[in-house]
Design a protein around this ligand. Structure first.
Ligand code: NAD
Length: 327
C-alpha cells in the first residue's frame, strides 16, 4: 500500500493499522507537516505528491496495488488566505497521484475527504446525500477531487472510496503515535495544551443556537478512522463499487463539553477566553453513519469523548513538545 501523507496524523495511525492487518506499507510524504518519527518502521519515501515522476517511481518500486491518499493541507483559514496554494497542493497533488496510478496500473484509491464538502448544513445529522456546497477553499479542493474520481474510474478503471471524516481526534492507545500539528488548529490538543500549561483557550463564539451556545462537532477516534480505511480497502479488493461514506460517531459534542472532558481526564482546570466567532464555522456538524455501518460494517469502537481525550492526553503528556523534541 502506498500511503501518501503517512507521516501525518491520520495517515500514520492508518499505516499502523494496515501493518497490524498484515499489509506492507510504504509511506510517501514531503514532511511539510508530517514527522519522520511518525513513520515508525515503515519504509518512508520523502517526496512531493505534485512530482508525477516521483510518485510513479514510488508506486512502481513499492509494487503498490492501492494508494491511500492523505497528503493535503487542511486549514480552513489558510485556504481562504491562500487558495492558489490549496488548489495546487490538494487538487493538483491528488490529480498527479491519480495520473501516476493510471500509468502504473494501480487501480484502488482511498481518499481523505471531509465533512467540509457539505458546507452549511440544511439538516443534521449529515447524510451522504446532503447537498455539497462548501463554504471555503479547503472544502472546495476536496470536492473538486471527489468530482474527478468518477471520471478516472470511467476512463482508467480506478475504483475509489472517498471517506468524509468528521473531526479526527484521540491517539494510538499504545502511545506510539499522536497528533502534532504546528500550529495546532484542533480543539482537543489545544485544550490539552491549555490544561498542561495553564494558558487560556479561545472560545470562538458562545452565542450559537446550541444548548450551551458553543459549536457542536462529531469527534471520531483516529483508530476508528483507521479501521474505516481498512474496510474501504477491503471493499475495493473484493470488487466492491466505488462509494463515498461519512465517518463519524453520530454524537455531537460542544466545545464546552470537550473542555469539561479535558478537565476530567487531566484533573486540571482549563482557562477560557471568549473570542469572536470564526467565519465559516457552522453551529452544528455531525454525521449520519448509517451508510458506512450498513455497507462497510463499520462502527466506532471508542465513541466516548472521555476515552478519545484520554488517549490524546496519554500521548500529549508523554510528548509535551510533539515528536521531534520528545522527552
Ligand atoms: N484532521 C482532521 O480532523 C481531518 C478531517 C477531515 C479530513 N481530513 C483530511 O485527512 C487528511 C490527513 O489529515 P491529518 O490531520 O492527518 O493532516 P496532517 O497534516 O497531519 O497530515 C498530512 C500529511 O500530508 C503531508 N503532505 C502535505 N502536502 C504534501 C505534498 N504536497 N506532498 C507530500 N506530502 C504532503 C504532510 O507532510 C503531512 O504529513 C488530509 O487530507 C485532511 O484534509 C482531516
Amino acid at each position: 500500500m502506498l500511503v501518501t501523507g503517512g507521516a501525518g496524523y491520520i495517515g500514520s495511525h492508518t499505516a499502523k493499522a494496515l501493518r497490524t492487518a498484515g499489509y506492507r506499507v510504504v509511506i510517501y510524504d514531503n514532511l511539510s507537516a508530517g514527522h519522520r518519527l511518525a513513520a515508525l518502521d515503515n519504509a518512508l519515501i520523502v517526496g512531493d505528491i505534485r512530482d508525477l515522476e516521483a510518485v510513479r517511481r514510488a508506486i512502481r518500486q513499492s509494487g503498490a496495488t492501492a494508494v491511500l491518499h492523505f497528503a493535503a493541507w487542511l486549514s480552513v483559514a489558510d485556504s481562504v488566505r491562500d487558495p492558489v496554494g490549496y488548489y495546487r497542493n490538494n487538487v493538483q497533488g491528488a490529480l498527479a497521484v491519480l495520473e501516476a496510478m493510471t500509468h502504473e496500473n494501480c487501480k484502488h484509491f482511498v481518499f481523505s475527504s471531509t465533512c467540509a464538502v457539505y458546507g452549511e448544513p440544511i439538516e443534521t445529522p449529515l447524510r451522504e446525500t446532503h447537498p455539497q456546497r462548501p463554504i471555503n477553499a479547503y472544502g472546495q479542493t476536496k470536492l473538486a477531487v471527489e468530482h474527478a474520481l468518477p471520471h478516472f474510474e470511467r476512463a482508467y478503471d480506478v475504483r475509489f472510496v472517498a471517506l468524509r471524516y468528521f473531526n479526527a481526534a484521540g491517539a494510538d492507545p499504545e502511545g506510539q503515535l499522536g497528533e502534532d500539528h504546528d500550529p495546532e488548529i484542533h480543539v482537543i490538543p489545544r485544550a490539552l495544551a491549555a490544561a498542561a500549561n495553564g494558558t487560556p483557550i479561545d472560545i470562538f463564539g458562545d452565542d450559537y443556537p446550541t444548548p450551551d451556545g458553543t459549536c457542536q462537532r462529531d469527534y471520531v477516534h483516529v483508530m476508528d478512522l483507521a479501521d474505516a480505511h481498512l474496510r474501504a480497502l477491503q471493499r475495493l479488493e473484493s470488487g466492491g463499487a466505488s462509494a463515498a461514506y461519512n465517518v463519524g460517531t453520530e454524537r455531537p459534542s460542544s466545545v464546552l463539553e470537550v473542555i469539561a472532558a479535558v478537565e476530567r481526564v487531566t484533573g486540571k482546570k482549563v482557562e477560557q477566553r471568549p473570542a469572536p466567532r470564526r467565519a465559516g464555522d457552522p453551529a452544528v456538524l455531525y454525521a449520519s453513519a448509517e451508510k458506512v455501518r450498513t455497507e462497510l460494517g463499520w462502527a466506532p469502537q471508542r465513541p466516548d469523548l472521555d476515552d478519545i481525550v484520554g488517549d490524546a492526553w496519554k500521548w500529549h503528556s508523554a510528548h509535551p513538545s510533539g515528536y521531534e523534541r520528545q522527552t
